[in-house]
Ligand binder design. Structure first.
Ligand code: HEM
Length: 202
């Protein structure tokens, strides 16, 4: 990696740490509202989802806008998604269950929205573990690529987790869902767009 690339990577890394820094500051300055622990857990969950979605914009951004630069940072962005998801879980274990593992397990098994959150995070574990270049080499690119499709499942589980949690105002999860659907459409094979284009112009 040359000096320019190192600088860009460090800048992006710092940018990805900013939400965490802002949250730590919010806690320290008592600025997270009436229920700071709930706000903290929720914000960490939102950032986990945002990073996962940003990771998935890399391919469509290159395909449709010619922006290839995000591809080189996909791994870092995905790992940040996992990192924020992990902090979200730690916050939950700490502030809602006070490290009572028995109670935590019951919660995971009894409340479907918690089960789905757990599923989303567990699906990310093999992806985080195999995010190194060595892992790509060991698994072979095809197998590695197939394994990393679990990301789609993880994002879907996280979205259902969000929908099950929200009872009244569905606007926020609907915005995430719209972004997710758009990203999926932009990933459809070329042939789909050629067919659409033909049927529109004929
Ligand atoms: C990658 C995995 C995960 C993602 C992306 C994720 C995402 C989210 C999102 C977006 C919210 C809603 C935030 C809001 O309302 O503003 C949320 C809430 C929540 N999540 Fe997750 N989540 C994940 C994993 C987990 C896990 C593993 C658990 C616990 C086992 C969990 C427990 C919760 C709880 C308890 C809330 C509600 C917080 C509250 O209202 O106090 N999540 N999550």
């Amino acid at each position: 990696m040359n000096a320019r690339q190192t600088l860009k990577t460090s800048l992006l890394f710092s940018l990805c740490c900013l939400p965490l820094a802002a949250l730590v500051w919010g806690v320290a300055a008592n600025q997270l509202g009436a229920n700071p622990t709930e706000a903290l857990i929720r914000e960490l969950g939102q950032w986990a989802l945002r990073f996962l979605l940003i990771t998935l914009t890399a391919t469509p951004a290159r395909r449709w806008l010619g922006w290839g630069f995000l591809l080189s940072y996909r791994r870092m962005l995905g790992l940040f998604g996992f990192f924020y998801g992990l902090l979200h879980l730690i916050g939950f274990i700490w502030f809602e269950h006070f490290f009572n593992w028995q109670e935590l397990l019951e919660d995971i098994l009894k409340r479907p929205f918690i089960t789905l959150g757990m599923l989303a995070l567990l699906l990310l574990v093999p992806l985080a573990v195999t995010s190194t270049r060595g892992a790509v080499r060991r698994l072979g690119f095809k197998t590695w690529q197939r394994l990393h499709r679990l990301l789609y499942l993880a994002v879907s589980a996280a979205l259902v987790h969000f929908f099950l949690l929200v009872k009244a105002d569905l606007l926020e999860p609907l915005i995430y869902l719209a972004v997710w659907v758009l990203l999926l459409v932009l990933r459809l094979p070329d042939r789909f767009f050629v067919l659409r284009w033909r049927s529109v112009s004929e």
